[in-house]
Design a protein around this ligand. Structure first.
Ligand code: PXG
Length: 290
């Protein structure tokens, strides 16, 4: 595997970041998780847009332009002969002193890893997942805005541990007001009648790329889409529930906190959206090999 670091490509064993990098010392940095399908990088522009938004929000000046960042991703895929894979793009604040002040970090580092995709077992998609609400709430906007895809994922990691301790793969995270925010690495949707609902950014959701694709696909197929405040009660009484994310794509939830959702199997709206999503991922994206 060839890993891109600051304009050069390194073998996996030589791909290293300093222990003085504030990305490690303080989680000071940002990232994107991107996917390639069928020789194309899916929604690359949107991922780089979000990276720039995260950077702006943490006052990190990116060392590459938008176009250069896109090229670095595509070129890393090409060098690793990726057709279907997972791309991790991260930007750290860079090497500094032991103090947390970022003004001691001279230059941010850009890393691109393009690897084979570790897929969830097919069984999860066929049967749907059993998930639980966890005690750890999503970060407060006023503390660390969940819209920032920062390298500081401890909030999500703790929720993931709590889900795992409860025997589940994913966790429903509430915000500090008790409304549903999202899961640890996925956005959440419910279906009730002809309406799709998903928590708003103000409720603590990440502006998920898959979330937006699903909203667009749903509208195209005549469903209404809303972003109301959702409580756990709304999840329990939903017809269907599913999660969206670059890794999971669209995955059905059939049990939440012991309550069976709808029929207890992946529902027709979810299955319809999965089909449309698959068609889109296979036929669109930034070409790697042209
Ligand atoms: N919420 C959070 C907190 C995320 O990190 C999503 C929602 C879904 O967004 P996209 O843009 O992917 O549709 C994410 C992104 C992992 C992993 O290993 C998950 C994500 C990113 C990186 C790694 O589970 N999900």
């Amino acid at each position: 595997m060839k890993i891109y670091i600051d304009g050069k490509y390194y073998d996996q064993k030589n791909a290293k970041i300093s222990v003085f990098d504030h990305g490690l010392l303080y989680g000071d940095g940002i990232f994107e998780g991107i996917r390639a399908y069928n020789g194309r990088v899916f929604k690359l522009k949107e991922h780089i847009d979000r990276l720039f938004d995260s950077a702006k929000s943490i006052l990190l000046s990116l060392p590459l332009s938008h176009a250069e960042m896109m090229r670095a991703v595509v070129e890393t895929c090409r060098r690793n002969k990726i057709r279907d894979g997972y791309i991790r793009l991260l930007v750290t604040r860079g090497v500094g002193t032991l103090g947390l002040n970022p003004n001691r970090c001279k230059s941010p580092s850009v890393v691109v890893i393009a690897d084979k995709m570790q897929l969830y077992p097919e069984e999860f998609y066929q049967k749907g997942l059993d998930i639980i609400t966890v005690p750890t709430t999503r970060n407060l906007h006023s503390a660390l805005n969940p819209a920032i895809k920062s390298l500081n994922y401890l909030n999500n990691v703790l929720a993931k541990i709590e889900a795992n301790n409860g025997g589940c793969e994913e966790a429903v995270m509430l915000n500090s007001q008790g409304f549903v925010a999202e899961c640890t690495g996925d956005n959440l949707f419910i279906v009730k009648g002809n309406q799709l609902s998903t928590p708003s950014l103000a409720a603590g959701a990440l502006y998920g790329i898959t979330r937006q694709v699903v909203i667009d696909l749903a509208k195209e197929s005549g469903l209404t889409v809303a972003e109301p405040n959702l409580t756990r009660y709304d999840l329990f009484i939903a017809d269907e529930c599913f999660l969206t994310g670059t890794g999971a794509e669209i995955i059905s939830e059939v049990k939440i906190d012991g309550r069976v959702i709808g029929s207890g199997t992946p529902g027709p709206v979810t299955r319809g959206l999965v089909e449309k999503f698959r068609a889109l991922t296979n036929a669109s994206g930034q070409s790697i090999y042209d």
